[in-house]
Design a protein around this ligand. Sequence first.
Ligand SMILES: [Zn+2]
Length: 99
Amino acid sequence: MEGTVALTVVVCCACGVVYAIPTTLDKNLLEKRSSTNTFCPNSHTWHYVGQSAVERERDLHRQIAALKEDKRALDRRLALAKPRAARKPRLVKPEEASA
Ligand SMILES: [Zn+2]
């Protein structure tokens, strides 16, 4: 049998054994993070922690959408506040001032 398999070196976080897994498996583990476990040669279960690149991107899009909505709300408040701020002082006649 001939062929080439790309391997990625990993270290078990439980026992420290250094071993290699197919790079395609490593990419899959990196994508799926805590939802997919694998095993070291000594039978310890492990998975990558943290957010995957896809999850990070999804969260950033959500943050951008929330910030855009905040900006729209602030723009509406600013638009409502501007006419009041721009209003000219009204001259008060002496008879109105004493009333
Ligand atoms: Zn181990």
